[in-house]
Design a protein around this ligand. Structure first.
Ligand code: NDP
Length: 408
């Protein structure tokens, strides 16, 4: 048993906390939840007490995770084995810094982004490699679904099926309906920054940039059907092409409905997606942060959310005997089932469950590499076994039509 501190008290943290509490044999006898707004941590603790039998004790605390000093104080007071960082990507570096100062291991689900530039890449966090290694500590980066399970799926394909992976297409479909005219499924600020930036994919050793949402086409998702899927840049592509150098082309696709895209276009055209400060009656505000305040809270979408998400990896290459192989590994997750169990919709669920499983892998010694690591560097087998047991069963299809080459 080992103590973890979960930082953040949003949708993803709510799911991860529920899931950790379901495993007192790993995450016990106490779990700490700390965030900027303590009342939100208290609400999670209360919900767990009501719904999870034999849950460990839950302690809550307030912390501003932008402050290394406050974080160090928190870690010194509670002495955890591991921090599960489920705040925002802006806090990754301050939390890693505090972990180093206090000798604590680290796990997150999204790579660092500076607040004032909508740009994300691993270089900032990879720069900590030597310091974590020298301290004998582990930092597990990007352990949600995508990034996260997408990397583990790729590692699993490489381990069990391929001698050489040539193309990788990560496909992310949300076929759910929450009944709102416009809402984002996770933090609106982070979500809109991600979608409105240029697309980017990897081909023959080079990164190719596209205009935002320029390339799209229909892909068929299991038990869902055809959905318009858009090429986006996504952070796991950066580490996967390094860790699996036979990959010649790596892309990421996400589905969006026309209604969502129309709203997004209006938001951009009227300047509400801006991330620079503007003066409003003598007060400085960032339009995108203001927009977040008036949009539906992603945590409140769960109640009326119907339908499923479907996220997976479509991989082509040569099998262990050198023969051509196509492989599709995916999970479908029901919004209703996620809500019944944790009070959150499937996008938070599919991120919070892998965060718990990654933490479990580390605490039980199954993932034991030191230093700053991406998830695909670890053994995928025990992770995928636990993922399936903890609400996210996955399926495989061999030598089917991957469809991805039809989109030009
Ligand atoms: P939310 O906005 O719902 O929650 C974020 C939480 O972090 C809030 O409780 C917020 O506090 C807290 N927080 C923000 N700033 C600070 C700070 N300075 N100090 C302390 N706490 C802070 O986000 P989600 O739960 O939707 O997402 C959480 C993380 O998961 C994000 O990094 C997101 O990018 C990532 N994610 C990853 C996915 C994947 O598949 N890998 C998919 C979806 C999300 P307050 O309540 O006071 O605002």
């Amino acid at each position: 048993m080992a103590k973890v501190i979960i930082i953040g008290a949003g949708g993803v943290a709510t799911v991860a906390a529920h899931k950790c509490a379901q495993h007192p044999e790993v995450f016990g006898p106490e779990i700490v939840i700390a965030s900027r707004t303590k009342s939100k941590c208290d609400a999670i603790a209360e919900a767990i007490r009501k719904t999870v039998a034999n849950a460990p004790a839950i302690t809550t605390a307030r912390v501003d995770a932008d402050s290394v000093e406050e974080l160090v104080e928190l870690l010194r007071a509670h002495k955890p084995e591991l921090v599960i960082n489920l705040a925002l990507p802006y806090q990754d570096l301050t939390i890693m810094e505090a972990c180093l100062q206090c000798g604590v291991n680290y796990l997150d689900t999204a790579n660092y982004e500076p607040k004032d530039v909508a740009h994300f890449e691993y270089s900032w966090q990879w720069a900590y490699r030597e310091r974590f290694e020298q301290a004998g500590l582990t930092a597990i980066l990007g352990c949600g679904f995508d990034p996260g399970v997408s990397g583990v799926f790729t590692a699993y394909a490489a381990k069990h099926y391929f001698s050489e992976m040539e193309t990788l297409d990560i496909v992310d479909c949300n076929a759910g309906d929450h009944g709102k005219a416009f809402a984002t499924n996770f933090n609106p600020e982070i979500n809109i920054r991600e979608i409105t930036q240029n697309g980017r994919y990897y081909q023959n050793g080079e990164w190719i940039t596209t205009k935002p949402l320029e390339i799209h086409g229909t892909l068929t998702y299991p038990r869902i059907g055809g959905r318009d899927s858009y090429l986006l840049y996504h952070e796991e592509l950066e580490s996967l092409v390094v860790n699996f150098p036979t990959i010649k082309r790596a892309r990421f696709w996400m589905t969006f409905g026309q209604e969502y895209l129309t709203h997004l276009r209006v938001i951009q055209n009227i300047g509400m997606a801006r991330i620079d400060e503007v003066d409003y009656n003598g007060t400085k505000i960032v339009p995108l942060q203001f927009l977040k305040a008036v949009l539906p809270n992603p945590q409140d979408l769960g109640e009326n959310y119907h339908g499923e998400t479907s996220i997976g990896c479509r991989i082509a290459g040569k099998d262990k005997e050198g023969k051509p192989l196509t492989y599709y590994i995916f999970n479908n997750c029901s919004h209703e089932a996620a809500y019944r169990e944790t009070g959150m919709q499937a996008v938070s669920y599919t991120t919070g469950v892998p965060a718990m499983v990654g933490a479990m892998m580390f605490l039980t010694g199954k993932w034991n590499l030191k230093g700053v690591r991406n998830v695909e560097e670890f053994d995928p087998d025990p992770f995928l076994e636990q993922l399936a047991l903890n609400g996210l069963p996955w399926e495989e299809e061999l030598n089917g039509d991957l469809e991805v080459d039809k989109i030009k």
